[in-house]
Design a protein around this ligand. Sequence first.
Ligand code: ATP
Ligand code: MG
Length: 365
Amino acid sequence: MQIVNLKLLNFRNYDSLNLTFSLNNNLIYGNNGTGKTNLVEAIYVLALTKSFRGSLDNVLIMDGKNLTRISGTIKDNVIHDYQIIVSNDGKIVKIDKKTKAKLSEYISKINVIMFSPDDLRFIKDSPKLRREKVNLDISQLDNEYLKILSLYNKILKQRNAYLKTMYLNSNNSSEYLKILTDKLINYGIILTGKRKSFFTKLNVVIKDVYKNITGIDDVSIKYLSNYEDYDYEKLNEIYKNCYKKDLINGKTTFGIHHDDYIFILKDKPFKDFASEGQQKNAIIAYKLAEIVIFKEIKNTCPILILDDLFSELDSEKITNILNLLNNDNIQTFITTTEIDLVSQDIKNKSKIFYCDNGKIKEEVQ
Ligand SMILES: Nc1ncnc2c1ncn2[C@@H]1O[C@H](COP(=O)(O)OP(=O)(O)OP(=O)(O)O)[C@@H](O)[C@H]1O
Ligand SMILES: [Mg+2]
């Protein structure tokens, strides 16, 4: 899958932009604060409808304007036009000019895998952030995951709200709570299965990729599942045992919304002992492993974005990564302030764009 063309209107520091990309490597270079990350962010938002920066949607709109529009032509087996319009009133998404009523009808169509320096937080930060990332990753692979996750979250909200009313009014029916708990368990079991299968597949690949980048073996990701291998009866019993705690807390204290994922190197959790560089390599290995899984499951290669890669890794690792990618027919976007760090070989294979404060010029080689 490749993005052939991108048009922006009032997106961050771009008032208007119209670019045609290489279907292989694209290099975007320029000084700090000129709009490199903004450009790749636009591609990411076009695919996933929100930014990896995790900020509110309206910061995407150029200061002083009312709306922003991102339009892109995506080539897979066939060509489709995608568009997203963000205004203070919300978001509109369109495929081939037709508005989609639900974001879930749009999200898993364009597949993007992105590495940004911010991704280190995946290892260091809270489980909440990891859950959000993994949810997005699996959603891109499996549209049903996204639908069931939305249902799970809806029921979770209802259950939490009902627990609060039960605490205040002991006459409330526990029958209704049982209905909500049943639904929660059933959706939770499906999501647990999908998470397990994702990490089983990922772990088969990530070891090799990490080894190809660093020469070291033995990396994996451990899925810390709350449902483990429990069946409905066992889970029902756990929820019953949690009832008093849930009531006092006014929320569902047990469930897959507390799952976590940790990187392991030689049986030890990364975050306790791995160096910054090792952590970066592990994150990149995770992303590259995802590409392999995409190819397997969806029979297409996602678009790969590597933001600020050169400031993050030494040149040997970067060469290893680029060599891995060059073996594949994959569209990449690499941003950097240091074009001189890019080898002539890679430059020859790339379309090069110079970024200068909201303007982008394609360099003729
Ligand atoms: N909503 C907005 N409206 C106008 N300008 C914006 C908006 N949001 C961000 N900017 C501007 O975009 C610029 C930052 O762009 P970006 O993050 O893409 O830089 P960069 O080229 O990736 O820099 P670095 O090399 O430091 O990562 C800043 O000058 C910022 O003020
Ligand atoms: Mg940047």
